[in-house]
Structure formats: C-alpha cells, structure tokens
Design a protein around this ligand. Structure first.
Ligand SMILES: Cc1cc2nc3c(=O)[nH]c(=O)nc-3n(C[C@H](O)[C@H](O)[C@H](O)COP(=O)(O)OP(=O)(O)OC[C@H]3O[C@@H](n4cnc5c(N)ncnc54)[C@H](O)[C@@H]3O)c2cc1C
Length: 304
C-alpha cells in the first residue's frame, strides 16, 4: 500500500514529487513521458528566475531537482483506470500493473486540441503537426500555415521564422489573442502574413499536404503550403479518471483551488488537468506543491 501515486511528470507532477518526498511519503510517480508540454515551448520568458530559457532546458532542471530525492518512477507507463475502494484506491496501468494507494495526485496535463477538418488525420505526420518545436525543421524554406492566433499560434510563428520561407497565421476572429509583446513581434515580421476572419475548411494534398482551403468572409481561398501546424489550444488528458472525480463541461477536473482537492476525498489534481483559468508552468508547479502538501495533511488526518 503506497501513500501516494502521482500521475504525470510535467511541471505539476514533478513539483508534487519534490514536495511529497520531502514529506517522506511513500510515493510512486507514473508517467507516459517525462517533461510534458513545456518541452514543446521554444523559449519560456515568464518563469521567475529565468529571463529566457528553452522549455526543454527548464523542465530538465525540474527533473534534475526531483532526482535529488528518492522517488520511485515508472516512466513510459500510462494510467488507464482508477478504482475507488473503501479506504484506498486501485490504479491500473498500460503495463497491466495494479497498485494500491491511499492518495492520488492527478497531474496528467493536456494534449493538443484537434480541429476536426478533412485532411487533418490523413496528413498527420505528412505535413500536419501539433508541435513546431518537434517538427519545424522539416519545413526548412517551405510555406507553412499556423491555425490559431492565440499565444501558442503566435509563438509557433515566431519559432518558425528562421526556418520557413513564408508563414500564414490564420485566426478566425479579427484580432490576435496573444500577449501584446508577442503580437508586436508578429506584425514586425515581413515573412508572416496574418489572415484574419479565416476558417480553415480542408487540408489537401496527394501524398502530403500541398494546400489548405480557407473560407474568409464567405469567399473561398486556396493557400499553398506544405506544412500545417494546428495550434488551437489543449484538452485535458484525463479519460482514466472520468468515473472517480467530478469534471466540468469541457472535461477538466473540478478542484478547490486552496487545496487542490477534487470531489473525491484522497484524490487531488494539479496543473492543466484542473479547471484553472490559466495554463502556465508557474501555476502548474504551484498547484503540484499545494496538492502534495494537501495529500500529506490528508494522510496525517486519516492515520490519526
Ligand atoms: C507550445 C507551448 C508553449 C507554451 N509556452 C509557455 C510559456 O511560455 N510559459 C508558460 O508558463 N507556459 C507555457 N506553456 C504551458 C505550459 O507548458 C503548461 O501550462 C504546463 O506544462 C502544464 O503542466 P502540467 O504538469 O499540468 O501538464 P503537462 O506539461 O501537460 O504534463 C503532463 C504529464 O502527464 C503525463 N500523462 C498524461 N496522461 C497520462 C496518463 N494517462 N498516465 C500517466 N501519465 C500521463 C504526460 O506524459 C506528461 O508527463 C506552453 C505550452 C505549449 C504547448
């Protein structure tokens, strides 16, 4: 019987791990992969203490910090189901393992939201991507489209600036939604064409992407591109917990922000998987700490 299982090793899960081991909880961290979404961020400029650091470098520092403490980690393993028992939980995994634990912290973050148009699935890995940092190099001196004018879309455009030949940044509304400082950089670049009021209808090609069909103010336009980066936000990665905790309409786990408690006693949630308004590394890390401290307090209480 474990004290705590942490699910996920992004900023929330890793921070929870640091706090849990310092509390001497018998903890197991189960994660699909180390690092999480932050590894896809080219540069992070808003994590205190680091004026500008590559996303991957920042999260490697988190991991090195965690490794200072004694914690059992099952990497490359996904949690598939949680079952509530009378005084504990059973956690099932993709490796057909089954663990028993008194508390759980769900920190499984989020995955990219799909746009759901013709060609998206067909050309996945053949021109369609959700990760500019992972796949950007494939589009050296090529025309690319980025779908989404929020922070991730605009940052993707800036990331691709030295790589691509021309970048079309497509936004459904009539303004970008990224931070002002990022928007200024977008409008300063001659290589980026911002296409407002643009609804991408289809992604087309033969063996790989060669164009997108865009509807703009009831007119249909074809844009010739070899790469399409879908950057329209993220969805919580939490199907495995649907039966044990309450979620909001979009499937995020409802938490008490003071304690990170969920609707089920003994289960806590932290980071992008929770119903937070904002999705940032500093928030995920902070909630990882709150969740671990709350789990420790809960364990003290039930052991009394
Ligand atoms: C391109 C991009 C740029 C960004 N830029 C910034 C920025 O500049 N500044 C900033 O503060 N934030 C930025 N963010 C947001 C930030 O990365 C996230 O808010 C943060 O990573 C959330 O952390 P998390 O720990 O909640 O989840 P995640 O980082 O999503 O980590 C989730 C972890 O859970 C694991 N997991 C998922 N499902 C399971 C399962 N079933 N079983 C086991 N493990 C599982 C995953 O493998 C992963 O390790 C950016 C995000 C993206 C995508």
């Amino acid at each position: 019987m474990l004290d705590l299982i942490i699910i996920g090793a992004g900023p929330a899960g890793i921070t929870a791990g640091i706090y849990a081991t310092r509390k001497k909880l018998n903890t197991l961290l189960i994660t699909k992969d180390f690092f999480g979404q932050v590894s896809h961020a080219f540069f992070i400029e808003n994590y205190p203490g680091f004026k500008r650091i590559k996303g991957m470098d920042l999260i490697k520092k988190f991991k090195n910090h965690l490794e200072k403490f004694k914690i059992n980690v099952n990497q490359g393993e996904s949690v598939t189901k949680i079952k509530k028992k009378k005084n504990f939980f059973e956690v099932f995994t993709s490796e057909n393992d089954r663990y028993q634990t008194k508390t759980i912290i769900i920190a499984s973050g989020a995955k990219p939201r799909k746009i759901g148009i013709e060609g998206e699935e067909k050309f996945l890995g053949r021109g369609v991507s959700y990760c500019p940092v992972c796949d950007g190099f494939l589009f050296s001196q090529k025309n690319v489209a980025i779908i989404g004018g929020g922070n991730s879309g605009c940052e993707a455009a800036l990331y691709l600036l030295p790589i691509a030949k021309k970048i079309y940044l497509l936004e459904t509304s009539n303004k970008l939604r990224a931070d002002k400082i990022t928007q200024e950089k977008i409008f300063d670049s001659k290589k980026i064409e911002v296409v407002f009021n643009a609804k991408v209808k289809k992604i087309k090609g033969e063996t790989s992407v060669d164009k997108i069909i865009v509807e703009q103010k009831k007119e249909t336009r074809e844009i010739l591109v070899e790469g399409v980066f879908v950057q329209i936000g993220v969805m919580p990665d939490v199907d495995f917990a649907k039966k044990v905790v309450r979620m909001d309409k979009i499937g995020k786990i409802i938490i008490n922000p003071r304690t990170c408690e969920t609707s089920t006693k003994g289960i806590f949630a932290a980071g992008d998987v929770a119903n937070n308004l904002y999705h940032q590394v500093v928030i995920a890390a902070a909630q990882g700490a709150i969740a671990a401290l709350s789990a420790a307090k809960y364990l003290e209480k039930i052991e009394k």
